[in-house]
Design a binder for this molecule. Structure first.
Ligand code: UD1
Length: 425
C-alpha cells in the first residue's frame, strides 16, 4: 500500500498545467457509444477513473486505446453493443451510471448495476429514472440492477428536474439526442461539463439548444457520427491549485484553466486576501499573508462547487477568523473533518453546516483520504502543517488528480509517494 508523505511549510511557486476534466471525460467516453466508428478524445486526464471507464466500454464490445502520457483516448464502437454494466466496475466508479442513457438509445436496453451510496452521501437516481420513463422507457430495479428497455425508438418528452442534477441531465440528454421528436429538460444542470458534452453531441450531429442554461431543447436525430473532441479543462483541479497557492502564501500560475468556470471560488480567494490576475490561457494567484476566513455555501453551478468544499475547509482551518461552511449537495461530505481534526483543525459540524475556527498552526499527523476531494483537502492541509503528514487512501486521489505528486514537487512542495511498509523500516 502506498501513502503520501508531506513535509509542510513550503510556499508554492511556479506554473502548473491542468488537463481535461474528469467529470467531463467520463461522460464524453459514454457519449461515444452513441455513434458507430472511432471517437477520439484529447486532453484526457491520466487518472484511474478513465481506465475504469475504458474497461467498462471494452466489456460492452468497444475497442479502447488509452494513451495516458499523450492524454488521448480512442474508442471504436461496433454496430452491435452489449448492454450490461456489471457491478464489479460500477461499484468502483459511480459515474459508470452515465452509460445508461447512451445504451438505452443505441440498444433499446440497458442493464446497469445500481451504484449504491458512496463516501459522500446516498446519491439517488430517481430523476434519471423518471426522465427515461418520460421518454417512453420501462425502467425497473431487479437484483441490484437498473433494467431499462424500450420496444421502439424513445420519444421526446417534457421533463422538469426537481433539482439541477448533473447526472440526471446527462442521462436524459444522451437518451434524447436520437429520440423521436423534441425533448425539453427544464431546471437542467448548467455546469461547464454539461456544455462540453452538448458541444461534442452537436458536433456528432445532435440538435441541442440552450447548453449552459436551465432549459435544454433537444430535437432527436436518426443517427450520430463519431468525432474528435478536446475535453474541457478541469475547473476543480484548477481551483485546488488556486487554494494551494493561497494557503501556502505562494505565487502559482495555473494554465489551461478557464477562470470564468471558477468565478464563485476565485472570488472567495480574493475575499481571503489573494491577488488574482488573468494570464494567457489561465490565471495567476499570489498571496502574501495568512488568509482571512471565508464563508462558503455550496450550490449547483454557477454557485460554489461542492467539489471544492473540503479544500476551502482546509483553507479556513488555517485562516484568521472563523467561517461557516454550508454543504447543500452531499450530506456526508463533512466526514473528512474528523481527519482534518487529527492535524489540529477546529471544525464543528451540525447537519449541513460546519463552523471552522482558524488556527495559526496545524501539526502533521497520519490521516486517511475517504474520497477524492477529501484527499485534496488533506493534502492542502499537509502542505501547511508543521512536520510530516502521512496520507492513506491515496487511490482516491488517483481517481481525480493526474500527476499530483510531481506537479506539487515542481512547485516546491516536499511530498513523496512511498510504500507504507517503509514507514516501519
Ligand atoms: C456530479 C459530479 C460530482 C459533483 C456533482 C455536483 C461526476 C462524475 N460527478 O455528480 O463530482 O460533486 O456532480 O456538482 O460528474 N440526486 C437525487 N436524485 C437523482 C440525481 C441526483 O436525489 O436522480 C441528488 C444527489 O443525491 C445529490 C444532488 O442531487 O444530493 C446532486 O447530484 P448530481 O448533480 O446528480 O451529482 P452527480 O452527477 O452524482
Amino acid at each position: 500500500m502506498e501513502v503520501l508523505s508531506i513535509t509542510g511549510g513550503q510556499h508554492l511557486f511556479g506554473t502548473v498545467r491542468v488537463t481535461g476534466a474528469k467529470n467531463s471525460v467520463l461522460k464524453l467516453m459514454a457519449a461515444a457509444l452513441l455513434a458507430q466508428g472511432t471517437t477520439t478524445l484529447t486532453e484526457v486526464p491520466d487518472i484511474l477513473d478513465v481506465e475504469i471507464m475504458a474497461e467498462l466500454l471494452r466489456r460492452l464490445g468497444c475497442e479502447v486505446d488509452h494513451d495516458g502520457p499523450a492524454r488521448r483516448v480512442s474508442i471504436t464502437v461496433p454496430e452491435i453493443l452489449a448492454h450490461r454494466a456489471d457491478y464489479d466496475l460500477v461499484r468502483r466508479m459511480r459515474a459508470s451510471i452515465c452509460v445508461l442513457g447512451p445504451l438505452l438509445a443505441r440498444c433499446g436496453a440497458a442493464d446497469v448495476a445500481l451504484p449504491g451510496g458512496d463516501n459522500i452521501g446516498s446519491r439517488g437516481l430517481d430523476m434519471h429514472i423518471a426522465g427515461l420513463r418520460k421518454l417512453g422507457a420501462e425502467v425497473t430495479n431487479e437484483h441490484g440492477y437498473l433494467i431499462a428497455s424500450t420496444q421502439q425508438r424513445l420519444t421526446g418528452g417534457s421533463i422538469w428536474l426537481d433539482f439541477p442534477s448533473v447526472g440526471a441531465t446527462e442521462t436524459i440528454l444522451m437518451a434524447a439526442v436520437t429520440a423521436n421528436g423534441v425533448t425539453v429538460i427544464e431546471n437542467a444542470a448548467r455546469e461547464p461539463e454539461i456544455v462540453d458534452i452538448c458541444q461534442m453531441l452537436i458536433n456528432m450531429g445532435a440538435s441541442i439548444d440552450g447548453a449552459g442554461t436551465s432549459t435544454l431543447t433537444i430535437e432527436g436525430v436518426e443517427q450520430l457520427e463519431p468525432v474528435a473532441h478536446c475535453t474541457v479543462s478541469d475547473r476543480i483541479v484548477a481551483g485546488t491549485w488556486a487554494v494551494a497557492a493561497t494557503m501556502t502564501q505562494g505565487d502559482v500560475t495555473v494554465l489551461n484553466a478557464n477562470p470564468a468556470h471558477l468565478e464563485s471560488a476565485l472570488d472567495k480567494l480574493v475575499s481571503a486576501g489573494a491577488q488574482l490576475s488573468r494570464v494567457d490561457g489561465g490565471f495567476r494567484v499570489v498571496m502574501d499573508n495568512r488568509p482571512l476566513a471565508v464563508d462558503v455555501v455550496t450550490l449547483p453551478y454557477p454557485g460554489f462547487p461542492t467539489d471544492l468544499q473540503p479544500q476551502f475547509i482546509a483553507l479556513n482551518a488555517i485562516a484568521s477568523g472563523a467561517a461557516l461552511v454550508t454543504e447543500n449537495l452531499f450530506e456526508a461530505r463533512f466526514r473528512f473533518v474528523q481527519e482534518l481534526a487529527r492535524l489540529g483543525a477546529d471544525v464543528r459540524t451540525d447537519g449541513h453546516h460546519a463552523l471552522v475556527r482558524g488556527r495559526a498552526h496545524l501539526s502533521g499527523a497520519p490521516v486517511e483520504a475517504t474520497d477524492i476531494r477529501a484527499g485534496a483537502g488533506l493534502v492542502l492541509a499537509g502542505l501547511v502543517a508543521d512536520g510530516t503528514t502521512t496520507i492513506y487512501g491515496v487511490s482516491h486521489l488517483d481517481r481525480g488528480y493526474a500527476d499530483f505528486v510531481p506537479a506539487l514537487n515542481g512547485l516546491g512542495a516536499r511530498i513523496e509517494r512511498i510504500e507504507a511498509e517503509s514507514l516501519f523500516t
